[in-house]
Design a protein around this ligand. Sequence first.
Ligand code: ZN
Ligand code: ZN
Length: 289
Amino acid sequence: MTLTLTFWGTRGSVPAPGASTAYYGGNTPCVEVRTSTNALLILDAGTGIRHLGRQLLESARDKPIVAEILLSHTHWDHIQGLPFFAPLFQEGHEFTIRGAPEALSGIEHALRAQMAQAVFPVSFDAYRAKVHFRALGEVEHGEGYALTTHPLRHPGGATGYRITGGNPGAPALVYISDNELGHAEGYASAPEWRDALASFARGASLLVHDAMYSAEEYERHRGWGHSRYEDVVDLALDAGVQRLVLFHHHPERSDSALSEWVAACQQRVREKGGRLDVRAATEGTTLTV
Ligand SMILES: [Zn+2]
Ligand SMILES: [Zn+2]
């Protein structure tokens, strides 16, 4: 049972359109996941979801669109595309917004607040599609997929997702956006947190992970909730994943700089004697798990 994922938004923090980011993309996080039964999961609702919405409407041809929208957390870059997701404004479609149980009421509050009149002309209640909010259980079994979660180290908290195509032994996609692998004060996580995270990602066919900083940049942003790419490569090697996709690119990172990072990551893998395919998330690209 395979999964396919398509990157609609790869950029962290704020949209970064322009000539220097055109290749890897300037939209904030949104990943489309399709199961072998064509069920639709949408990971995060950054500005990339606007393009996904247009494509869904074109291919639906008046049939209902049904999807689960899994939010890692409610920082702007992960929810700001939702008011521009056109299927929400049409009757007949149905969306279930999912999040960790402890985060769900905060998610609904944030999604409504970003459409308050002071900051947006149209209220959340203007949506014509059916919208549900539902907490994620420990293990979720949906149509053609199984899903588990893991808490991440990020100010205010965030959730990582492990998705397999139906049974637990099937190849896994692990999505970890907005996570700080380096040491910083202020997180309540236990010392064994890093080992638990490696177990969560163990043997994944594909790991998508926040890689926002270089080592030098990280020293100026410790505690901001993001990772330097060296730590991400090390996690992927420790977890024995097959493919690593750098994600949540810094808005100032040019395409050429990002390509150099991919080469540096591949070099690190060779130096450590590991086997790992490394690439950077590219808007519009589809991968199969
Ligand atoms: Zn983010
Ligand atoms: Zn965040």
